[in-house]
Design a protein around this ligand. Structure first.
Ligand SMILES: [Zn+2]
Ligand SMILES: [Zn+2]
Length: 337
């Protein structure tokens, strides 16, 4: 095999993926001097970096979540604006994953590499839609990289939730949702479906919702669940972190119907194990079809796969005449699956 023309300048070192001619890491798992960060989830945006290039939204998320650990020298860059760093040009493009999420296009000596971070192709009213970027090397996640994963239309899942609310007006509906991205998407989808009543939040979800609203994402009236009278929560929708659903916290709610918004809810056994009555298949990651379509549409001759479940995808990549490689990155296990 001829020497790999990408591995010469993009490599994995002890801190993660490193661009040598640019002198920066992308989503490193340890603290570094210079990083480009794709989005604010904790497995991508770690504490302790010095110079960080990211979208304004991602930097705001990092400040809110990391406090002291936020980057000491942040630099916001808008989507689509090329920037020269060392010997490379870096441009961010929307990844459609969560607010501010970006794919990183790195151009070096006429070669184009895209580090996509996490992404999805389906509509999301809370963030800019995925932009397809043609490239020679595409680095993709593989969170749901099995043919069994087909996420379907999130609006249908929200319709299920609203139907259940109508059916059980005496019960609260507690929906498990991760704090950054999923929570706001579920709320926005409920609003789009015409649900105008206040939506109640577990305290842990408030800060991210405030942040989305400060960037102009309309979420309607949100009220804290804690402190609200039990009777007022009859027939209400309450969002909570997944860990709180099975916790004592949810026992204060009137006879709650437990729901969980996650791509994993496609796996019925998993929903049952977790005691979820109303699984909602809503994912902020590409499903199998989106992964393989995106890989084809980028035109990439080579594809590197992250996030651990790469076998089926690598097989598919090989079958379609591309070169594939599993990229073993430490600590990629999403908080938002
Ligand atoms: Zn993510
Ligand atoms: Zn991730």
């Amino acid at each position: 095999m001829k020497p790999n023309r990408f591995a010469r300048w993009l490599k994995v070192d002890t801190k993660g993926l490193y661009c040598r001619p640019g002198g920066f890491h992308i989503d490193p798992h340890g603290a570094v001097r210079r990083a480009v960060i794709t989005h604010g989830h904790s497995d991508h945006a770690r504490p302790g970096h010095e110079a960080v290039l990211a979208t304004e939204e991602t930097l705001a998320i990092m400040r809110a979540r990391l406090g002291e650990g936020a980057p000491s020298r942040p630099q916001a860059v808008p989507y689509g604006e090329p920037l020269t760093i060392g010997d490379v040009t870096v441009t961010l493009f929307p990844a459609g994953h969560v607010l501010g999420s970006a794919q990183v296009l790195i151009e070096y000596e006429g070669v184009r590499a895209v580090v996509s971070g996490d992404y999805k192709r389906s509509a999301d009213p809370t963030c800019a839609p995925f932009a397809l970027v043609r490239c020679d090397l595409f680095i993709t996640e593989a969170t749901f990289a099995l043919p069994v994963f087909q996420h379907g239309d999130a609006r249908d899942e929200v319709a299920k939730l609203l139907k259940s609310v109508t059916q059980f007006p005496e019960r609260a509906h507690v929906v498990g949702a991760y704090g950054l991205g999923k929570t706001q998407r579920v709320i926005a989808l409920l609003r789009d479906a015409g649900y105008e009543r206040p939506i109640y939040l577990h305290g842990a979800l408030q800060a991210c919702c405030d942040l989305y609203q400060s960037f102009g994402v309309a979420l309607g009236t949100l009220l804290p669940a804690t402190g609200t009278k039990r009777d007022d929560l009859k027939g209400a929708i309450v969002l909570a972190p997944p860990s709180a659903i099975a916790d004592r916290w949810s026992r204060r709610l009137p006879d709650p119907v437990t729901a969980f918004a996650s791509g994993w809810m496609r796996v019925r056994a998993r929903a049952r194990q977790q005691g979820i009555e109303l699984p909602l298949v809503i994912s902020d990651h590409a499903d199998w079809r989106e992964l393989i379509d995106t890989i084809a549409e980028t035109g990439a001759e080579e594809v590197w796969v992250t996030h651990g479940r790469e076998d089926a995808l690598l097989h598919h990549i090989g079958m379609t005449g591309r070169r594939g490689r599993a990229l073993a990155l430490i600590g990629r296990e999403d908080e938002d699956q």
